[in-house]
Design a protein around this ligand. Structure first.
Ligand SMILES: Cc1cc2nc3c(=O)[nH]c(=O)nc-3n(C[C@H](O)[C@H](O)[C@H](O)COP(=O)(O)OP(=O)(O)OC[C@H]3O[C@@H](n4cnc5c(N)ncnc54)[C@H](O)[C@@H]3O)c2cc1C
Length: 226
């Protein structure tokens, strides 16, 4: 299967902003209502176009769905730390304003080929993990899920995910090696999902592969700051 191919030949769809939730610091969740049902699966990402952008600015960014397909609204959890023109435009949107969504794709396969699942995310890399966990709960998938959220805190969706996951833990970079080694020892045959900044994902995927983990699904959020 070619993961880079768009999943459905869908035209650009309009989504209307319903709410922007301030999560912490520069991180916001944007909740949008689609004009038509959007065909997507848990853990996928779409190309999000902002309208009326200056000509020299890239108006399209890839964003992972933080929502699960059965939820009424589409969620994007966004780190706007860079204060780029794209982020400033997002921050200026008011309820009712529209964005475009097209080319929905996947980097990570779901549902997993196994019942033991470990999800490791850095910062807003947790967005596809929320999508997976909400989907798994909705479909009552018989999974054991271990979530490791890496960061300094606060932890995006932490309250919700700690209830959805079998085990939820947060970890700082200083304790990462030790915690990861313990998780690998406990779950040597699990399917591992890894998402976050490209450098973090590369390091984690290398470490897991060296530790003998063979089933690794990863999503490097190109452009996301470390
Ligand atoms: C599959 C995928 C899923 C993502 N999901 C999320 C998400 O859920 N939440 C979230 O906050 N971010 C996500 N991102 C990152 C997002 O697309 C933006 O790159 C990020 O928000 C930075 O954009 P910006 O406007 O702040 O900075 P920009 O000014 O656009 O970029 C910051 C820096 O990154 C470089 N850059 C930007 N885009 C790319 C790219 N595609 N490839 C290589 N370099 C690039 C720029 O040249 C610049 O140096 C995802 C990225 C990918 C690829």
């Amino acid at each position: 299967m070619d993961r880079e191919q768009p999943l459905a030949d869908m035209p650009e769809e309009k989504l209307a902003l319903v709410e922007r939730r301030h999560e912490y610091g520069d991180v916001y969740t944007y909740l949008f209502k689609p004009a038509h049902p959007i065909p997507y699966e848990a853990g996928q990402y779409g190309h999000v176009r902002l309208y009326d952008m200056p000509a020299e600015v890239k108006p399209v960014h890839e964003l992972s769905f933080a929502s699960a397909p059965h939820e009424e609204l589409i969620w994007f959890g966004i780190d706007s730390r860079s204060k780029s023109p794209y982020q400033q435009k997002l921050l200026s949107l008011v309820p009712g304003d529209e964005i475009g969504l097209f080319k929905v794709k996947r980097h990570m396969l779901w549902p997993p080929q196994g019942s033991d699942v470990v999800m490791i995310a850095g910062g807003v890399g947790i967005t596809p993990m929320r999508s997976f966990l909400v989907d798994a709960a909705h479909k009552k998938l018989p999974l054991t899920t271990t979530v490791m959220h890496i960061g300094r805190g606060p932890f995006l969706y932490g309250d919700e995910l700690s209830k959805l996951a079998t085990k939820y833990q947060t970890v700082g970079r200083e304790d990462l090696s030790e915690t990861l080694a313990a998780v690998v020892q406990e779950h040597p045959d699990a399917v591992y999902y890894v998402a976050g900044s490209p450098s973090l994902v590369e390091t984690l995927a290398d470490t897991l592969a060296h530790a003998g983990i063979t089933r690794i699904e990863s999503d490097a959020f190109k452009g996301l700051l470390d």
